[in-house]
Design a protein around this ligand. Structure first.
Ligand code: ADP
Length: 464
């Protein structure tokens, strides 16, 4: 074991809401650390608020989203309550270098990567540059922000249509446009820039080849403060709607083992190259010929981390906290003596149960949940935070109600278990995507392990 400098946390603030706030409170609680929560005025009656040792209301003037983005307010609460560290969850401030900087300046540990890494990997263009530096394949296109219409036309011509325009700071499936021909480009380019500026506060966009029907494969990594990095295998997140993940599973047995090994090696090399610390995910697209390309790194915990926890037995959120306290990966606390020591047992699936109504173009529904009966039983885990009988579902936040995670020895077995669990689930009062999730898991394409990122849009019968 390396000589480690450990600073145990007594109190940690979770700068987030909903299911991920509860997930982090639980990890902290199990490590014997006091939890501090924050909530917006709109979240006054939300369940997550009651699951923390203390909770404080954010500025009610700011509005439901901006309250959680108010760095000054959050740092002030953290200082006033004497917290040692902040966990950002996902979304909100989790990838914001200004927030990391503000934590550093306040002498509060940020549970995530260092500031320079946040700059290097936090946006898509600079993470592409890092990939090029260490010979990780990227999708043909550019490695810088596009400066003019002429330039984008020239690159698109070179790589061949269709191409994709992407906002460098985009996320959550937003800020992407497919352009099919040179005629469409002037309009799409202007709109993409405007949209990026409005939605992400910066009009940096780039262009790359649009891959037809790829799989989305991602690698979970963990790095400690001493330069050690391991991967915790992969996840297949190809089942997407409008570039947003709906169902995820681990491991990505849908890609051949020889290619998976290459992807693991590239992911670890890239993470080491940038000096990555804490939990992160490197995302790749894999085409029908199993060519693979790095697309971006998410320097934070992800919604679908649960499936990796199920197959490896590693609590990723606890590992994040312990890493930040200074424990090396091979310490008894984290217990990852080497890459080879990490098991990958069976298969796990995560279903995102949302209030999106498949019969109505997936419009998120709102209202009071009149009945909530959750599934249970062998191999089923629920990560929730919004849904319970009597809960009021507001339109302010994402539509995720609960994540149902199933684990079993085989893919067939875990699929059956996930179907069984979702059929046990009863949610009344708001529309949900449950019928749609059942259709996905009962489709031939799913059962053959052949889903690609266009599966949902090409299979309208799933919606009924
Ligand atoms: P976000 O940060 O919004 O999640 P990503 O860059 O991770 O965006 O891409 C999300 C999804 O968009 C991918 O999983 C894939 O389905 C699709 N996508 C992104 N880039 C391409 C591309 N060049 N060709 C085809 N699909 C793409």
């Amino acid at each position: 074991m390396q000589k480690a400098e450990i600073k145990k946390f007594k109190k940690v603030l979770v700068a987030n809401r909903g299911e991920i706030a509860i997930r982090v409170y639980r990890a902290l609680n199990e490590l014997g650390i006091q939890t501090v929560g924050i909530f917006s005025k709109e979240d006054k009656y939300s369940l997550f608020r009651t699951k923390t040792d203390e909770a404080y209301m954010l500025n009610p003037e700011k509005g439901p989203i901006d309250a959680y983005l108010d760095i000054r307010n959050i740092i002030n609460i953290a200082k006033a309550k004497g917290v040692d560290a902040i966990h950002p969850g996902y979304g909100f401030l989790s990838e914001n270098p200004d927030f990391v900087d503000a934590c550093n300046k306040a002498g509060i540990a940020f549970i995530g990567p260092n500031l320079d890494v946040m700059y290097a990997m936090g946006d898509k263009i600079s993470s592409k540059k890092m990939a090029i530096e260490c010979n990780v394949p990227i999708i043909p296109g550019v490695d810088h922000a596009i400066r003019s219409l002429d330039e984008v036309m020239e690159v698109a011509e070179r790589v061949g249509y269709p191409v994709m325009l992407k906002a460098s700071n985009g996320g959550g499936g937003r800020g992407m446009r497919i352009v099919n021909s040179a005629e469409e480009m002037p309009k799409e380019f202007a709109e993409a820039r405007n949209e990026a500026k409005k939605a992400f506060g910066d009009d940096k966009i780039f262009v790359e080849k649009y891959l037809r029907d790829p799989k989305h494969i991602e690698v979970q990594v963990l790095g400690d403060k001493y330069g050690n990095v391991v991967h915790l295998y992969d996840r297949d997140c190809s089942v997407q709607r409008r570039h947003q993940k709906v169902v995820e599973f681990a491991p990505a047995f849908t890609v051949s083992d020889s290619v998976r090994e290459k992807i693991f090696a590239d992911a670890v090399r890239l993470a080491k190259h940038v000096g990555y610390k804490n939990a992160g995910t490197l995302e790749f697209l894999v085409d029908a010929d199993e060519n693979y390309y790095f697309i971006e790194m998410n320097p934070r915990i992800q919604v679908e981390h649960t499936v990796t926890e199920e197959v490896t037995g590693i609590d990723i959120v606890q590992a994040q906290i312990l890493i930040e306290e200074g424990y090396p990966l091979d310490s008894p606390e984290i217990n990852i003596p080497s890459q080879d020591a990490i098991p990958c047992n069976g298969y796990a699936i995560q279903l995102r149960v949302t209030t999106e109504d498949p019969a109505n173009n997936f419009l998120p529904d709102t209202g009071k949940i009149s009945v909530y009966r959750s599934p249970a039983g062998n191999g089923i885990r629920l990560d929730g935070g919004t849904a319970h009988t009597g809960a009021e579902i507001t339109p302010f936040y994402d539509s995720l109600l609960v994540k149902i995670i199933a684990h079993d020895r085989t893919f067939e077995g875990v699929t059956r278990k996930a179907v069984r669990a979702i059929k046990e689930t009863r949610i009344r009062g708001v529309k949900t995507n449950i019928p749609f999730l059942i259709n996905v898991l009962q489709s031939d394409v799913w059962n053959a392990g052949k889903c690609t990122t266009t599966f949902i849009e090409k299979t309208p019968e799933l919606f009924h």
